[in-house]
Design a protein around this ligand. Structure first.
Ligand SMILES: Nc1ncnc2c1ncn2[C@@H]1O[C@H](COP(=O)(O)OP(=O)(O)OP(=O)(O)O)[C@@H](O)[C@H]1O
Ligand SMILES: [Mg+2]
Length: 299
């Protein structure tokens, strides 16, 4: 459905996407995951025909240029702007008209889509007066006026609260069940878990691409989760032969080869420094652990 072969995009001296190769099958929720500046938007722009690649080839819905199949592609850009002084319904209608739909069709489709996105109770509210989460839903709703076969969403939930994020993803799932292939970018690892497959991007490159389960399985280390009240944990554990120490919320993830040996060494080091340990247990690696390892090229 989508194939990218060694696609590169350069902006002067900056290589925003470097030899990106990936395939997306029909029915997937494909996630492009990576930090700020990784190249996610650049890849989505090339797939939606906004930017032309500097080199490499792409194929989408059988076409070699997105422009040729654009009536089948939906795209919610990262900085999607709504008409703040129009209501929810008016925004949807305007987008419908921009897509060249006729009035009766627009009204029927708008009601259906606002129902689907649970925005119907807010249809007469000005877009400016919507919460951040609802604005994102309206952006998603607007793109659906197109009835896309492939729907590209560029960081649709960035800056949205966790409850709205969950609702947004429930909508993506329903849309996907109804037959739409979804291609979504996100900086959030918990959202990466929700994708059928994930491509991790870093510095313009895809550093790994697999199912969330496959990515976790390929992780070659063990992870110890440590809860201890000390600021200089890295220094205190310098002699413990840890591969890495990462902050995870209020805890630390210690990346090690041998969990039992490392646990003993860490407890000993912290006891010697008189640091009380609330807990220290081996945990299954999260996608964040996997990504941190890939990004720092530990793997
Ligand atoms: N039009 C442009 N001109 C010059 N450099 C650009 C342009 N667009 C992107 N870049 C650069 O390319 C790199 C990748 O940017 P891109 O916007 O694709 O990343 P991203 O993963 O979408 O980041 P974010 O999470 O911040 O949206 C960055 O270094 C960025 O500064
Ligand atoms: Mg971006």
């Amino acid at each position: 459905m989508i194939t990218l072969s060694r696609v590169t995009k350069k902006f002067g001296p900056v290589t925003a996407a470097a030899e990106v190769s990936l395939k997306v099958a029909p029915g997937e929720i494909f996630g492009l995951v990576g930090p700020d500046g990784a190249g996610k938007t650049t890849v989505i722009r090339m797939l939606t025909g906004v930017l032309a690649p500097s080199s490499g080839t792409l194929s989408i819905l059988g076409a070699d240029e997105p422009e040729k199949v654009k009536d089948q592609l939906g795209y919610v850009p990262q900085k999607f702007s709504l008409y703040g002084d129009l209501t929810v319904m008016e925004n949807i209608r305007v987008i419908g008209m921009l897509y060249g739909r006729k009035q009766p069709e627009i009204d029927a489709l708008a009601s259906e889509i606002l129902g689907f996105t649970k925005l119907l109770p807010f249809k007469d509210r000005l877009a400016d007066n919507l919460s951040g989460g609802m604005k994102q839903k309206l952006a998603l709703a607007a793109g659906l006026m197109h009835r896309p076969r492939i729907y590209f969403l560029d960081e649709p939930t960035t800056g949205v609260d966790p409850v709205s994020r969950r609702e947004f993803w429930q909508m993506l799932y329903r849309l996907n069940k109804a037959g739409t292939t979804v291609f979504v970018s996100t900086p959030y690892m918990d959202e990466a878990e929700l994708c059928t497959r994930v491509a991790f991007m870093h510095g313009g490159r895809i550093v790994s691409c697999d199912t969330p389960e496959g990515l976790r399985r390929s992780y070659p280390y063990k992870v110890l989760e440590l809860a201890a009240a000390a600021r200089n944990i890295k220094a205190l554990l310098a002699g413990c032969r840890l591969r890495d120490v990462n902050i995870f919320g209020e805890k630390y993830h210690l990346v090690v080869d041998d969990a039992a040996a490392a646990k003993e060494a860490v407890l000993e080091a912290l006891a010697a420094a008189a640091v009380p340990v609330a807990s220290l247990t081996e945990v299954a690696p999260t996608l964040e652990d996997v990504f941190v390892a890939l990004a720092s090229e530990v793997v």
